[in-house]
Design a protein around this ligand. Structure first.
Ligand code: TYM
Length: 328
């Protein structure tokens, strides 16, 4: 039997090159080796306010980008989190075994809470819902970017605690980071992670950005006061651009860029990014020209994983001594 992979993306903004290099590219590469489930985690997105008039469009756009980035819906199940009630149901059951202190320690919670006037309790529970996504499918491997590593550790802690309280119920998931691109930084500030929620125009390269926009953003990216690339002493801005370039085109190596003046180096990186995104954008336009296709993919994905989700919820309830219809 193939090991199972699960991962997810929030449809909370436009996907960027960090999401691609940290997650989607890796998913597309490993999907055939595993039984893969990729989620559009809309219940996570609503932990901060989302405009209801826009959210559905973003959910469909995210699904289309999964496929455009190489996730094959025949090979992998693409599902919307809220279409499977097991995610919320298991999240509640896991909430009941999760100490408050574990959640208050999460660095993403602390960072996001600082940006909100009112901190919704959903933001605190966010990693429990993420644990539920993973444990619901008894996933063995979770391919993510570096920023999710702490949530994955928490997932294992929750699973372990549940298993020791109620008996072996959940598979212990392993974190899988990409070799290159696990943490892409903002172009405007290479000390900050590139993020969907950052608003600066020069912060992120969107997967659907036009070539001209990509050129401009990279040309304006923050570097340092050196005139040319010195592979022995790269500042954080140059390291970040190099990482993006190398992940998009493996022929960009330290040797190949050493001595390049920053202007030329940036042009070379922009070229590599544009070439990498062009087929994804083309495929995205094809996919979205057929209005019914995405909904079909999402229905098929849901139908495929539903029995597994129901089975885990039933097992979990049984382990806890809850009422399970039709059983003892
Ligand atoms: P999200 O939507 O913020 O990001 C989706 C994926 O992209 C990765 N990523 C990055 N990788 C490299 N550099 C960056 N700057 C960068 N920014 C984002 C993330 O690590 C992630 O893999 N909580 C998750 C979604 C989630 C999930 C799950 C993931 C919900 N349930 C279950 C795995 C398993 C999140 O907010 O990802």
């Amino acid at each position: 039997m193939k090991a199972r992979v699960l991962s997810g993306v929030q449809p909370s903004g436009s996907l960027h090159i960090g999401n691609y290099l940290g997650a989607l590219k890796n998913w597309a590469e490993i999907q055939t080796q595993y039984e893969s489930i990729f989620c559009i985690v809309d219940l996570h997105a609503v932990t901060v306010y989302q405009d209801p008039k826009e959210l559905l469009g973003k959910i469909r756009e995210t699904a289309a980008l999964f496929i455009a980035a190489g996730i094959d819906p025949k090979e992998s199940s693409i599902v919307v989190q809220s279409s499977i009630s097991g995610h919320s149901e298991l999240a509640w059951l896991l909430t009941c075994v999760t100490p408050l202190g574990w959640l208050q320690r999460m660095t993403q919670f602390k960072a996001k809470a600082e940006q909100q006037e009112t901190v919704g309790s959903g933001l605190l529970q966010y990693p429990v819902l993420m644990a539920a996504d993973i444990l619901l499918y008894q996933a063995n491997i979770v391919p993510v970017g570096d920023d999710q590593a702490q949530h994955l550790e928490l997932t294992r802690d929750i699973a372990q605690r549940f298993n020791s309280l109620y008996g072996e119920t959940f598979t212990m998931p392993a974190t899988r980071l990409p070799a290159v691109g696990a943490r892409i930084m903002g172009l405007d500030d290479p000390t900050q992670k590139m993020s969907k929620s950052a608003t600066g125009a020069g912060h992120a390269i969107g997967l659907l950005d036009e070539p001209k926009t990509i050129q401009k953003k990279i040309a304006r990216a923050t570097t340092d006061s050196e005139p040319a690339v010195n592979s022995e002493r790269m500042g954080p801005g140059i390291v970040n651009l190099f990482t993006i370039g190398h992940a998009c085109d493996a022929s960009i190596t330290k040797e190949s860029v050493t001595g390049m003046r920053y202007g030329d180096f940036k042009k070379r990186i922009a070229e590599a990014v544009i070439a990498r995104l062009e087929p994804i954008q083309k495929r995205f336009r094809e996919i979205t020209s057929d209005a019914a296709y995405i909904d079909q993919v999402l229905t098929t994905g849901r139908d495929r994983v539903l029995p597994l989700a129901a089975d885990t919820v039933r097992k979990t309830k049984q382990a806890m001594g809850l009422y399970v219809q039709g059983i003892g």
